[in-house]
Design a protein around this ligand. Structure first.
Ligand code: KIV
Ligand code: ZN
Length: 517
């Protein structure tokens, strides 16, 4: 059996299914580029049949991202397979189709309205169809951990014969526990015909907080592909956090029989921050590996030990996962070239127009704060590009508020040559700013979630606002905005959400489909 564990990232598919985490095309491309720098083996780029936007993202990733295998997801339905095959075409030999169908009695009988045995010919037919597009076909019996293992063996034998090369065993509802999952993987490897000619893969959800533990137990039992997401984002409690799986395999290589991954671990923290910003999902401070506090030692005894010898209380060198890699900050005197170079270093390859927008914001911020740090720059990229691509930009905002005044905002928006201005009172400065934007655009957004976070330290730090809005009917929309003034940051974030709705309409992006797995 190979010593290499294939790392399969589904941040852009299962991760993006998390409510309010949907990303636009630019954000997906940025995440995909960072996944390539991480040296991820397989990127599941999306579910092409679900919307034009997903199809476009998968095709663009297949065209532009070099290195990893690019995978498109498909139900066991002909039109899904055809869409996935077309979307990944540009990846050529690096293209993979991942097709799945429910196999547990509870899902097959209640959702598919079939009997479990009916699933075998459907799966075989779909794997065969997928093989007409690519040699690399992954098959998932959905809800495998609640499926009869003997039935799984019959089904897997049939799909291998039809041409499946990777067999993924999903713990779709996060039901299994480590010993039981390892037993299942061991049983399947022992009983499926030609098991050594295929890769057994695992895909764990975190409903019981066991996704990482289950994935690792499966590796001990012979799984050689682990699926998961950066920061563990995903439906409900999320998927296995790949940074945890990768670092556990690296640090406890002794226990896991010398297996290796090809991951460039120094890129982990950057990937985590990027995904957090792009998805609008914060990383909890105490999150393993990538949380702000993951390497912060509070107790005096620990600090003393660390100072004497780091390994006394730290099992991972923080630099190995990319902590502490910050460069000298830029200032308002830094030129466009220096900003472009630093952005490239951070993984942003912007065209001239985009760079121009970021540079304008950089100068504005540089006038307000002494140093512009790498994290500030990353936030400015989000803050400036999307608004300039499609929709409205904030031209001016004035808010009057205080303990004995009715908070009132005046806002001026620009879209091309069009200039729109109005004012409105509100229940506070932020509310007034958002109500004014609603009034100008003749809409009514409902704020579902609102977070403000200082991007760096210090009183002059940029405040980054991340919010989720309901504009009626569709999915929740995330908006992000940054400024040294949190009211302005809030207005920018709200406008960013509005612009995303506009751009989704023009890109024909659908709501996350109800039949998404
Ligand atoms: O959780 C799940 O079962 C899935 C499949 C599509 C692999 O995401
Ligand atoms: Zn899943």
């Amino acid at each position: 059996m190979s010593d290499k564990v294939i790392i399969f990232d589904t941040t852009l598919r299962d991760g993006e299914q998390c409510p309010g985490a949907s990303m636009n095309l630019r954000e997906k491309m940025e995440v995909a580029r960072q996944l390539a720098r991480l040296n991820i083996d397989v990127i599941e780029a999306g579910f092409p049949v679900i919307s034009d936007g997903d199809f476009e993202a998968v095709s663009k990733i297949a065209t532009e991202i070099k290195g990893p295998v690019i995978c498109g997801l498909a139900r066991c339905i002909a039109k899904d397979i055809d869409a996935a095959g077309a979307a990944i075409k540009a990846a050529g030999e690096r293209g993979r189709i991942h097709t799945f169908i429910s196999t547990s009695k509870i899902q097959v009988e209640n959702q598919l309205k079939k009997q479990v045995d009916d699933v075998i010919p459907i799966a075989v037919e779909c794997v065969r169809r997928a093989r007409t597009f690519v040699k690399d076909v992954e098959f998932s019996p959905m809800d495998a951990t609640r499926t009869d293992p003997e039935f799984l063996v019959r089904l897997l034998n049939a799909v291998i014969e039809a041409g499946a090369t990777t067999l993924n065993i999903p713990d779709t509802v996060g039901y299994t526990v480590p010993e039981q999952y390892a037993e299942l993987i061991g049983y399947l490897r022992a009983n499926v015909r030609n098991a050594d000619d295929v890769i057994f893969s695992v895909h764990c959800h975190n409903d019981l907080g066991l996704a990482t533990a289950n994935s690792l137990a499966a590796v001990r039992a012979g799984a050689r592909q682990v699926e998961g997401t950066i920061n563990g984002i995903g439906e409900r409690a999320g998927n296995a956090a790949l940074e945890e799986v990768v670092m556990a395999l690296k640090m406890r290589n002794d226990y896991y029989g010398g297996v290796t991954t090809g991951i460039n671990t120094k890129e982990i923290v950057k990937a985590s921050r990027l995904v957090s910003r792009m998805s609008g999902l914060m990383v909890q401070r105490s999150k393993a590996i990538v949380g702000e506090n993951a390497f912060a030692h509070g107790s005096g005894i620990h600090q003393d030990g660390i100072l004497k010898k780091r390994e006394t209380y730290e099992i991972i060198d923080p630099r190995d996962v990319g902590w502490g890699e910050t460069e000298l900050p830029l200032t308002k005197h830094s030129g466009r070239h220096a900003v472009a170079k630093r952005l490239e270093h951070l993984g942003y390859f912007l065209n001239e127009k985009e760079l121009g927008s970021v540079f304008v914001r950089f100068k504005e911020i540089g006038d307000k704060k002494k140093f512009v740090y790498d994290d500030d720059l990353s936030v400015l990229v989000d803050d400036s590009i999307d608004a300039h691509l499609e929709g409205y930009t904030l031209d001016y905002i004035h808010v009057a508020s205080g303990s004995s005044t009715i908070p009132t905002a005046t806002v001026r928006l620009k879209r091309g040559e069009e200039i729109l201005q109005d004012s409105s009172p509100g229940n506070g400065a932020v509310d007034a700013a958002m109500k004014t934007i609603d009034r100008i655009l003749n809409q009514q957004g409902h704020l579902v979630e609102y977070n403000v976070q200082a991007v760096t330290q210090g009183k002059d730090a940029l405040g980054e606002v991340t919010l989720k809005c309901d504009f009626g009917g569709g999915p929740l929309v995330t908006g992000k905005g940054a400024s040294t003034d949190v009211i302005e940051a809030s207005a920018r974030a709200y406008l960013n959400a509005v612009n995303r709705v506009l751009s989704n309409k023009t890109q024909g992006q659908a709501a996350p489909a109800s039949d998404a797995p």
